[in-house]
Design a protein around this ligand. Structure first.
Ligand code: ATP
Ligand code: MG
Length: 179
């Protein structure tokens, strides 16, 4: 099936193996190299300083990355801190505006799947916005446990399978590789 139809894709990087966020960033790099504008909003993240935050500064307004959380989210019923929920809502508000604005060619919603699976964000809200996104806008959603309704809506879904991870042998996160 070959056609040259141009279409904005909805993509999901999920599963327990390493590489969900970094694959999304790799796609961002590819897009920016094609003259496209990329926005990456990171749900939940905020406590660690990742190398990519500095790296994308080289692209100016063409590749913008923002941490919208504070890391180390406690979850489960009453355990969930309302402040974290508020930050997720804030991030989602910005994501919705960014997607619908048509100002960006690719919008990456990093770790949004966690926010949904932790019940901090309603998947129906996300699906509703993705359904009425401008035709040409691409969106990538990352994080483990992608919600079934989002998987169903998506065009491309990749599940990273963990064969093994250094962490299991007690090897701590390495600078430049994990952050
Ligand atoms: P990366 O950011 O390296 O692409 P990821 O997005 O697939 O990883 P997350 O689930 O977002 O992984 O994990 C957040 C952090 O935990 C990252 O620093 C990541 O490298 C690390 N990590 C990923 N998978 C595993 C794993 N199976 N065991 C332990 N740590 C992991
Ligand atoms: Mg990740």
């Amino acid at each position: 099936m070959m056609s040259d139809v141009r279409k904005g894709l909805i993509m999901v990087n999920t599963g327990p193996g390493k590489g969900k966020t970094t694959a999304a960033m790799g796609t961002g790099l590819r897009a920016v190299g094609n003259g496209m504008k990329v926005l990456m909003l990171q749900f939940l993240k905020g406590s660690w300083h990742y190398g990519e935050l500095d790296a994308v500064k080289a692209f100016g307004d063409n590749f913008v990355m923002k941490q919208m959380g504070r890391g180390f989210v406690k979850v489960g019923g009453a355990e969930t801190d309302p402040e974290d929920v508020r930050m997720v809502e804030e991030c989602w508000k910005e994501a919705e505006e960014a997607i619908l604005s048509g100002q960006w060619d690719l919008v990456i919603l990093d770790e949004i799947n966690y926010a949904i699976s932790y019940k901090m964000l309603d998947p129906e809200k996300v699906v509703e916005v993705l359904r009425r996104k401008p035709e040409m806008i691409h969106v990538i959603l990352t994080g483990r446990n992608a919600h079934p309704t989002i998987v169903e809506l998506a065009d491309t879904v990749t599940e990273m399978r963990e064969v093994k991870h250094a962490y299991q042998r007690g090897i701590q996160a390495q600078r430049g590789i994990e952050y």
